[in-house]
Design a protein around this ligand. Structure first.
Ligand code: SAM
Ligand code: SF4
Length: 315
């Protein structure tokens, strides 16, 4: 269905857990996440029921996220349930990649169409420092495992952090050249922990074009501006929620692990869906879609209006 501003809402991002095996400094505090009781998190059946209601309103694409979706036990079973919903044409999953070596084949078998893997540095020491616990090699093995399992078109999400990884732009471009990957550079957003970060950490995505002026523009996909690496195999994407808002092309809504719909990532507005069934559920979803704001108000001087951290929303 269309929202109040005529945008067709076709994409639902589903957070399946707030928990994570990493503690990325821009996303989560050092102490990690306070574990919720089992009953505070939507069951697979509840998620599938909400996704089916969303599909009846025109949602065609689902993406699982978190926290880290792969730490939720049985996540491949959930994927199979969601992929079987009539009207769902694509199921994606965003992951830090650390558990892909173990889970990539099961995800492929469950019908997951595409993976987005988040990776912000190619330096093992910096990786450990940023994630406070992760091992770079696990993620690189995860990318191999995804490819071995038959995943194609995998996207690598790199959050640009001034003074941390802007010197690695050429190294990421070489990775795009070598592997069949779209490397997407995403502007750091002032949300959750990152809202208090120094202004120097927030770089415009155009920093990539300054570091690599020979990138060849090949259009866009609504959210990302796309480029080809001269002579390379891969594609580069620039995602600029700060310097170049793409709200007019936004086609998504979000479901939190505790069962609330967020019409906009950067708004505090949420619609609880738990316990709703049938027409009550579709009516609540419809109301949420119609309340989607025209655009977010976040910029360098104004942090996100979301009251949650990214790991509690799903990004
Ligand atoms: N754990 C999974 C992962 O890291 O891919 C999925 C959840 S994570 C919250 C989803 C995405 O949000 C990741 O690509 C992460 O880098 C991004 N993210 C988290 N905090 C962010 C921030 N303040 N600004 C921009 N992106 C952020
Ligand atoms: Fe975990 Fe993803 Fe947040 Fe990093 S960005 S702490 S991997 S949820």
């Amino acid at each position: 269905m269309r929202d109040a501003f005529g945008r067709a809402i076709t994409y639902l991002r589903i957070s399946v857990t707030d928990l994570c095996n990493y503690r990325c400094r821009y996303c989560m505090g050092e102490d990690g996440v306070q574990k919720r009781g089992h009953a505070d998190v939507l069951s697979f059946e509840e998620i599938a029921q909400i996704a089916a209601a969303a599909a009846s309103l025109g949602i065609e694409k689902l993406r699982l996220t978190g926290g880290e979706p792969l730490v939720r036990r049985g996540v491949a079973d959930l994927c199979a349930m969601l992929r079987a919903i009539p009207g769902i044409r694509e199921l994606g999953l965003t992951t830090n990649g650390g558990l892909l070596p173990a889970l990539a084949p099961a995800l492929k078998a469950a019908g997951v169409d595409r993976l987005n893997v988040s990776l912000d540095t190619l330096d093992p020491e910096k990786f450990r420092s940023l994630t406070r616990s992760g091992t770079l090699d696990d993620v690189l093995c995860g990318l191999d495992a995804a490819s071995d399992a038959g995943f194609t078109g995998t996207k690598l999400n790199v959050v640009l952090i001034g003074g941390f990884n802007d010197g690695e732009i050429p190294a990421f471009l070489r990775l795009a050249e070598k592997r069949d990957l779209t490397v997407r550079f995403i502007e750091l957003m002032p949300i959750g922990c990152a809202a208090k970060w120094d202004a120097r950490a927030f770089l415009p995505a155009d920093a990539v074009l300054k570091a690599a002026p020979d990138l060849i523009p090949i259009g866009g996909d609504g959210v990302a501006r796309l480029y080809r690496v001269p002579g390379g195999r891969g594609t580069v994407g620039l995602i600029s929620p700060m310097s170049d808002r793409f709200c007019s092309a936004c086609n998504r809504i979000r479901l939190t692990a505790d069962g609330r719909i967020k019409p906009c990532l950067h708004s505090a507005e949420e619609y609880p869906l738990r316990g709703l069934h049938g027409s009550e559920l579709t009516d609540a979803l419809r109301k949420a879609i119609l309340s989607k704001p025209k655009e977010h108000c976040m910029d360098a001087a104004h942090p996100s209006g979301a009251l949650r951290n990214m790991f509690e929303i799903g990004g």
